[in-house]
Design a protein around this ligand. Sequence first.
Ligand code: PBG
Length: 330
Amino acid sequence: MNPSFPSHRPRRLRHHPLVRQLVRETTLSPHDLILPLFVRPGQGVRNEIASMPGTYQFSPDTLVEAVGEALELGLQAFMLFGIPATKDATGEVALADNGIVQQALQTLRRHYGERVLLIPDECFCEYTNHGHCGVLSEQTGRLDLDNDATLPKLAAQCVSHARAGADIVAPSGMLDGMVQAIRRGLDEAGFSHLPILAYSAKYASGFYGPFRDAAESPPQFGDRSTYQMDPANSDEALKEVALDLAEGADLVMVKPALAYLDIIRRVKDRFAVPVAAYNVSGEFAMVKAAAAKGWIDERRVTLEILTSIRRAGADMILTYHARDVARWLG
Ligand code: PBG
């Protein structure tokens, strides 16, 4: 190319706003978004989470209202997290057919039928008094999450949620073999049609801080580094995704999103399956805090972040921004 006479002018496609729209590669729609919701027992509960402005713990009745409003905005998929009335060492209450998530599933299904896609998070950290994602043992020489003892419980939790009306189950505990155990459990219980969205590449991340306030689930000792991934690793994410797919995962997730866009891209390129990304609580809180100080333009930055996550290869995004985004796009 002769630099004094450029025939290549990328700006030609940026001049007219409608041409910009025509050549836009990445789109963002409310249908790509999954809104996480927190439900606890009670009535009339609307506890705003201090570190997550605009995000609440609801009781089943107020949850119905919140989902109704979200449907009006064009959202249709919801991830459910439960905060039970009581916790114990093994998280037994997670398996109860009248447990809090089971109640929420039944209530939402009764109100909204097929209009809502309900995706319960499958894990025990909200239900155990120690805050770890399953049963503990000293099998390895120190107190740690007991992988194989937790698997049947996880399968039972999924079956219970399936009976209560789940459309997709989403195991988030990063246990080895969890997808296979859940697939078997669901198939045996007559739910072979129910997809599994596996949190396949979930990193041991500082970005989950605000969530642990919301779900009241911080580990009471140690951290989750023996089951969640080291943020320094990338090849390992591909291995985790490959294993989950081999075990029967239908959709896979990368979590968190913004600091792991490279992982999303590698997973999408390698496996060409539906990829979800979780734009987690800490990512949300950073935007909200900076916006509250007037340091960034919340709308512009949020849309840019979510578009970047889609551009990196995510087909769908779990995000607490979903309501705002649906409003802005609407
Ligand atoms: C539970 C779970 C966590 C999140 C989703 N499911 C917390 C954790 O692993 O400690 C985090 C979500 C967020 O930060 O928004 N296993």
